[in-house]
Ligand binder design. Structure first.
Ligand code: NQM
Length: 385
């Protein structure tokens, strides 16, 4: 027997996955996670028995409910699954999946569109961050509907679509305790190889920062890269990946994140001088494979780091002047522009970040979950994992 669960399958920015109403999933988080693993077909490298796309960017799930606090219209819980692991991580955020939240809520009737544009305040439950999201909702013969078609283009998605703007209200210290979780803008780290590793110990300068996503930034050349390699080239370099992972585990401790061996953050970002007219060039490990582009909140955080004097990227960055800056972050498939607003009295402080995304409803229907998964509750409300 299988249980049908209503879902919309959506692209949000450069990510993709099923979206659910919270009320359509089990309320017990342990059972919910079992259900999500079954939905996506994890753990399995190919996710052959589920909806996952065999990559972290297509192993994502959105869970949405109406706002439960004054001033908040919608609440979003993002779940990151990994193709080959049985983990469901709801601690960090995803600014790409976030782009599909308002279209989903309009499609499912959680909120109503009142004008040609609909602006909604969304709380992300993962980190407590709030943002205002504006989507296009033109009047059609069937009433106001979400418009997916338009001329907005984001690198990493082949076609143009209707614009979705996201205005982040409070991003500093999303998962970490503060914007600069080590207390400084630059850290010098000594990394010793773990038992069995073949690389030599090394020393490296890093900037540890969290303006929406915990990141560790370091010069690509400090790990022997140009910073212009393709994701495929970087993913094939097992020694480089081992060095980056050892650096990640070490810096995460300093960032107050503890043992992150089972977590998908901090993300590791190689930076180099811009090559295509942007502010900085990036290659982003998320954290074990290199992103084909860059995450949304990762881009906000890289842009913020570029502004901070003394940081690793600041010395390489080409930044426009003014209090409001369009900061173009170059990545392997193009660029990502983040609009940053600095404090009038403190040019080291980013007070607002805005950006453009697009989304699309790909499929609506029911995803079938084996009833044995749903009913796997033991006695006393305990659920086997
Ligand atoms: O940084 C990838 C993505 C993301 C996360 C990742 C994201 C963000 O591109 O806000 O969007 O870093 O795992 O979807």
């Amino acid at each position: 027997m299988q249980k049908p669960v209503p879902a919309l399958f959506m692209r949000g920015g450069t990510s993709r996955g099923p979206f659910f109403l919270e009320s359509d999933l089990p309320s017990d988080p342990a059972v919910r996670d079992r259900v999500l693993l079954a939905v996506m077909g994890s753990p399995d490298r190919r996710q052959i028995d589920g909806m996952g796309g065999a990559h972290p960017l297509t192993s994502k799930v959105g869970i949405v409910r109406a706002g439960t606090t004054p001033g908040v219209d919608l609440e979003f819980l993002f779940a990151q699954l990994q193709p080959d692991q049985d983990t469901v991580d709801t601690t960090a955020n995803c600014g790409n999946m976030l782009a599909a939240v308002v279209p989903f809520a309009l499609e499912r009737g959680l909120i109503a569109a009142l004008d040609d544009e609909t602006t909604v305040r969304v709380l992300t439950r993962n980190t407590g961050m709030q943002c205002d999201i504006t989507v296009q909702t033109p009047l059609t013969s069937a009433g106001r509907r979400v418009s997916y078609e338009g001329q907005a283009r984001i690198d990493g998605v082949p076609k143009t679509s209707a614009p979705i703007t996201i205005n982040f209200l409070d991003t500093a210290g999303s998962v970490c305790a503060s914007l600069l979780p080590t207390g400084q803008v630059l850290d010098h780290v000594h990394v010793a190889p773990p038992a069995g590793a073949s690389f030599e110990p090394f020393d490296i300068d890093v900037t540890c920062i969290d303006n929406g996503m915990p990141l560790v930034l370091f010069r690509a050349q400090d790990l022997g890269c140009s910073g212009q390699e393709s994701p495929a080239e970087l993913n094939a370099d097992t020694e480089l990946k081992a060095r980056i992972e050892a650096l990640r585990l070490k810096t995460a401790e300093r960032m107050g994140l503890g043992d992150v061996s089972g977590r998908n953050y901090p993300k590791m970002t190689l930076v180099s001088a811009p090559q295509a007219g942007g502010a900085i060039s990036t290659r982003s490990f998320i954290p074990h494979v290199c992103h084909e582009a860059i995450g949304v909140l990762a881009a906000v955080t890289v842009g913020t780091a570029c502004v901070l004097e003394g940081s690793v990227p600041h010395a390489l960055a080409q930044l426009p002047g003014g209090v409001r800056k369009a900061v173009s972050i170059e990545h392997p498939s193009g660029e990502f522009t983040v609009e940053l607003e600095l404090d009038l009295h403190d040019a080291q402080k980013v007070v607002r970040a805005a950006l453009l995304r697009t989304a699309r409803l790909i499929m609506r229907g029911e995803v079938m979950v084996p009833e044995s998964v749903w009913l796997a509750a033991g006695v006393n409300g305990e659920h086997a994992r």
